[in-house]
Design a binder for this molecule. Structure first.
Ligand SMILES: Cc1ncc(COP(=O)(O)O)c(C=O)c1O
Length: 447
């Protein structure tokens, strides 16, 4: 007789409640049945007895891995002391985290407007740039993602924007540089000349901000050519435009440095962050501004506020997270393990006809799949109607108990920054195993 354990009953009840009552993001509801997760620790998460390697840090945010004891303790202690205080007051966790952020952020980013996530951080950044400059246009890449609300969604460039259109007025897209396949090739100057053309067509006096991800994240993990971000800084200075770097995904060690801006040695005027600030243990994000913008808001009203701005539990988790990054040399580990990951995946890519490009920095690596290495034709078109290969690869990896994030023809490899070599190699081997699916599709058009 089959025995039904309590764990099995719970899992099936949770699955049923989810099926019946939860609306699931980015999905036709009838086509998805999320795995029930019952626990997590370090680089692993669990579904009952099953242990799965988190090779994408969930939504590329669990930089410290799961259930880091120091962060969990900080949340508990903060909950005992003060769960919440409104934004008109202040408390130790919020003030301490803001000071610590100013210490690690690039340039003279000194003050933070806290939000509950990356989307609101982007909305706040847009609003502050508009208030500061008195101009209204925002220039962003086509291949980009900046979040979910009307403004942030309009700013994003890929097809997630379409369902939201017409969106907000004043957002203008330009072509992102992409060393692997853009018309500018690896030439930062050509890509910058394009941006300057767009600036003139839009009228520099109307442009409040240029906002980009310093390394494009979920829109394809694209590293700009050397000199491009520096060139954007120069253009912004030339035309009095605010440079917003959206570090929601790239921040807090993901690329092997505290912030990806450091690779270009560039400081933005406004920087958005979320995800790695406390690894999602409590929702938190923010927009940091440099001294001139901070000074502007000394005598101009900051027309901005949220009930949960600077939430005590989120900030306490943030303080503990930043301490852990330092104490446990997590960012150095991201750089070291990242080099190994890139090297190994590039070697694997050589052997697989469907791997066109392997790129990234730190523990933030993208694998771009193509029909043919020479022609670089995408295996499935970015923004196209189907991503069946990516889905098949994801499923095959899940069968091997490895989780990754994948979109159209790009696989995102972004494990927690605390990963060790042994764990890293488990994931790498699994990827090597399943890339045969893409090779077969490239050669035969079938899965
Ligand atoms: C670069 C970037 N900006 C903004 C966001 C939105 O952040 P959130 O989902 O926390 O609202 C994301 C989310 O993935 C992101 O990658």
């Amino acid at each position: 007789m089959a025995v039904t354990t309590k764990a099995q009953t719970d899992i099936s009840r949770i699955a049923k409640d989810t099926r019946d009552h939860v609306l699931i993001s980015w999905s036709a509801q009838g086509q998805v049945q999320p795995l029930v997760v019952t626990g997590a620790e370090g680089v692993w998460f669990y579904s009952g007895e099953r242990r799965i390697l988190d090779f994408s840090s969930q939504l590329i945010n669990s930089n410290l891995g799961h259930q880091h004891p120091k962060v969990v303790r900080a949340i508990k202690e903060q909950a005992e002391k003060l769960c919440y205080i409104g934004a008109a007051f202040t408390d130790e966790a919020r003030a301490t985290l803001a000071r610590m952020l100013a210490e690690v952020a690039p340039g003279d980013l000194t003050k933070t407007l806290f939000t509950t996530g990356g989307t609101e951080a982007v909305e706040s950044a847009i609003k502050m740039a508009r208030l500061y400059t008195g101009r209204h246009k925002i220039l962003t890449y086509w291949r980009s993602f900046h979040g979910q609300t009307q403004g942030a969604m309009t700013a994003g460039g890929d097809s997630r924007r379409w369902a939201n259109e017409p969106g907000i007025p004043g957002v203008v897209h330009f072509l992102q540089p992409d060393p692997y396949r853009s018309i500018f090739g690896n030439d930062a100057q050509k890509a910058l000349a394009h941006v300057e053309e767009v600036i003139w067509y839009e009228g520099p006096q109307h442009i409040a901000a240029i906002m980009v991800e310093p390394i494009i994240g979920s829109a394809g993990l694209i590293v700009p050519p050397d000199g491009f971000i520096e060139g954007l800084r120069t253009l912004c200075d030339r035309y009095g435009i605010v440079l917003i770097l959206d570090e929601v995904m790239t921040g807090f060690g993901r690329t092997g440095k505290w912030f990806a801006a450091e690779h270009a040695k560039v400081a933005p005027d406004i920087m958005t962050f979320a995800k790695g600030v406390n690894c999602g243990y409590v929702p938190l994000g923010g927009a940091m501004v440099d001294e001139p913008i901070a000074k502007h808001f000394e005598d101009h009203v900051l027309w901005q506020g949220l009930t949960y701005s600077g939430h005590a539990l989120g900030c306490a988790a943030g303080v503990a997270t930043l301490e852990a990054y330092r104490e446990e040399h997590v960012i150095e580990n991201s750089a070291g393990m990242g080099d190994l990951l890139l090297r190994e995946l590039r070697a694997i890519g050589e052997r697989h006809p469907s791997v066109g490009d392997v790129r990234g920095k730190g523990l933030f690596v993208g694998i771009e799949l193509v029909k043919d290495k020479k022609s670089k034709e995408m295996l499935e078109r970015w923004n196209g109607p189907s991503q069946k290969v990516a889905n098949a690869i994801k499923s095959a990896l899940m069968e091997r108990n490895v989780y990754i994030f994948a979109r159209w023809n790009v696989l995102f490899i972004a494990p927690p920054l605390i990963i060790n070599e042994e764990e890293l190699r488990i994931g790498i081997r699994a990827i090597d195993d399943v890339l045969g699916i893409a090779d077969r599709y490239a050669q035969t058009g079938t899965l």
